[in-house]
Design a protein around this ligand. Structure first.
Ligand SMILES: [Zn+2]
Length: 264
């Protein structure tokens, strides 16, 4: 999809790709994650930044493994400064499957929080490794934030997909998507305002713009799929050919995890 990315690994047949902008932004994110000045602190910050995106990749893998099990292949996982994207070639038809795929990512993040914060950090502390303990505790907290942020009930984040899966049997897929997408747009505006509020957080503004457009795109895609399933108004003559050929576009499972976590 987005150009300018390269593959760093391949897990369960899924290429994990890093976008070049992430490489460019990594030192900036590292500086935001460091507590002190100096090269040593920057080194720990870089480890934290790499750990952050490793966490995002594992979150996406959580989605991907369940997605594959539900018969929805995953084309690739792309890591961007604004978060991770697992691109499925097919979206699940059953709300129950969508629910499980959406929940898998936050569950992985929650497990990583427990392992990092309550398991590995105390272990490092017992060994007298102060800096390592801080790093592991920070990564633990980042994973908790990842889980909670993505569970916000707004499209296209996991919580929005869970909400749609819950509403679809009651309201139908189109209306459920409209509600989740409207909530997504509303939430994106709130994020945008929060990002513009001093002290400005430009990354959050970029994320807000991305979320807003992705929420709209998802609704348009579902609307098009629903329309394509309707019989054409004029089944004969020149109008019959004007039906959209493709009923399935490339849906993205978008997981956004804002990097500018600060240590304070
Ligand atoms: Zn997710």
């Amino acid at each position: 999809m987005l150009g300018g990315s390269f593959q760093i690994a391949r897990i369960r047949g899924i290429p994990i790709r890093v976008h070049v902008t992430l490489v460019v932004f990594l030192p900036v994110i590292a500086m935001q994650l460091t507590a002190a000045d100096g090269w040593v602190a920057l080194g720990w910050g870089l480890l934290a930044a790499v750990g952050l995106f490793l966490s995002v990749a594992l979150h996406e893998l959580g989605h991907s493994v369940i997605s594959q099990a539900k018969g929805c292949p995953v084309r690739d996982i792309l890591l961007l400064p604004i978060g991770g994207i697992a691109q499925m070639t097919r979206l699940p038809d059953r709300p129950r499957d969508e629910f499980q795929i959406a929940l898998a990512g936050p569950l992985v993040s929650a497990a990583l929080y427990l392992i990092g914060f309550w398991g590995l950090a105390p272990w490092a502390q017992a060994g007298g490794q102060k800096s390592l303990e801080e790093l592991l505790a920070l990564l633990g907290v980042i994973n908790l934030q990842l889980a909670l942020f993505n569970l916000l009930p707004s499209f296209p984040m996991d919580g929005g997909r869970i909400l749609r899966a819950w509403l679809t049997p009651k309201l139908g897929r189109l209306l459920a998507t409209r509600i989740a997408a409207s909530l997504g747009k509303f939430m994106a505006v709130l994020f945008g305002l929060a990002g513009l509020w001093p002290p400005m957080n430009l990354m959050l503004v970029v994320i807000a713009v991305f979320l807003y457009s992705a929420a709209g795109a998802e609704y348009r895609m579902v609307a098009m799929q629903e329309r394509a399933q309707q019989p054409p108004p004029f089944p004969f003559g020149p109008w019959a050919a004007s039906r959209p050929e493709t009923t399935r576009m490339d849906p993205d499972d978008v997981t956004v995890s804002p990097p500018p976590y600060r240590r304070d």
